[in-house]
Design a binder for this molecule. Structure first.
Ligand SMILES: [Zn+2]
Length: 341
């Protein structure tokens, strides 16, 4: 006899069953980045009944996101709502039983070390290799599985890293075809996103329900427009001198704490974070700012945004600042020192 309930179609799926469903309910997944990949992964996992999901992202919703970032609305773009908050609200409507934590933050070593012990698996939904290499080192250090995923235009790539079992991202780096193109230079179609996420979430479900033998064991790359698919057995790509998974030096956990500026991938934007010793008072900052006559000033509880000359400046509550309209770090710092101090 069929018992109809929320997860019945999933528990009917034999490799999951009632036992797998219970495991999902007791699981915690960390999704790093809530753009296109992160939105789609989060929605699938929330619908699947994963018990706890933590989202980390540093950005807010913009109009150009709406074409593929499925959790966001025109209202979110208009109000520049942080992606983690907008996503959390929508996900909670979809499944009120899942616990959703949203962290509005630039993901670095500290942020990951604070949470890695609590999570069962990490999904990479970032847009840059700096963050991925930190995730890779953290996951090797703390023995946490993670799923790499990336997409641009009609091309996507994904593979699963299991510490002590598979090679890591550092081993495989040179085998990932890339020409430096980004979604901001050559665009992207949403089916590419969904295809990468289909692979990533399937692998996560296999890990969480302990169907380890079903894992793909392959680096998967595809191009939906050119109708191409490539699979490489990852076992053959292990680098026997890898500093991360073999020597366990974890090179990317070191210097990150000093990094204060970064040009955001293909976005004509510079991000600036203040050093840790400096405290930032968002309310005072807003009060000072209001004395100046600024173009297109907007504020919400998480950030303020305004324009100055050809730049748009966005300052988050923790002082992290985005300067849109330049890739020049010196130019961006000048504006930062002028307004944020
Ligand atoms: Zn390695």
């Amino acid at each position: 006899m069929l018992v109809d309930n929320r997860y019945s179609r999933q528990t009917l799926f034999e490799p999951i069953g009632e036992i797998g469903q219970k495991r999902l309910r007791n699981s915690h997944v960390l999704i790093i980045g809530v753009g296109a990949l992160g939105s789609s992964s989060a929605e699938m996992l929330v619908r699947a009944g994963v018990g706890t999901i933590t989202l980390m992202d540093r950005d807010y919703v913009e109009e150009s996101n709406l074409q593929r970032q499925q959790l966001f609305s025109e209202e979110d773009a208009k109000n520049k709502n942080p992606k983690v908050m907008a996503a959390k609200n929508r996900l909670q409507e979809i499944n009120s039983q899942t616990k959703i934590n949203g962290q509005l933050t630039d993901v670095g070593v500290e942020e990951l070390e604070a949470i890695v012990h609590d999570v069962d698996v990490i999904i990479d939904a970032t847009d840059n290799f700096d963050t991925r290499l930190i995730i890779n080192d953290i996951c090797q250090k703390y023995q946490t599985p993670w799923i790499y995923g990336a997409c641009v235009a009609s091309y996507g790539v994904t593979f699963t890293v299991l510490p002590n079992k598979t090679p890591c991202l550092q081993c495989i780096m040179d085998h990932i075809p890339s020409d430096g193109a980004t979604c901001d230079t050559v665009g992207i179609i949403s089916p590419t996103v969904q295809m990468v996420v289909a692979h990533q979430v399937s692998e996560v479900l296999k890990i969480l329900t302990e169907n380890f033998r079903a894992l793909s064991g392959k680096l998967i790359a595809f191009d939906l427009w050119k109708n191409q698919k490539m699979e490489i057995e990852v076992a053959s790509l292990k680098d026997e001198s890898c500093p991360s998974c073999v020597q366990k030096i974890y090179p990317h956990l070191d210097y990150q704490s000093q990094l204060k500026t970064a040009v955001l991938c293909g976005r004509n934007t510079v991000q600036i974070r203040a050093g840790k010793q400096r405290s930032f008072h968002f309310s005072d900052f807003k009060r000072h700012l209001k004395k100046i006559d600024l173009t297109n000033y907007l504020e919400n509880p998480y950030l303020v945004s305004f324009e100055i000359n050809e730049y748009r400046v966005v300052v988050f509550h923790d002082g992290r600042t985005l300067i849109h309209g330049t890739k020049n770090i010196q130019e961006a710092k000048k504006i930062y020192y002028h307004f944020v101090g």
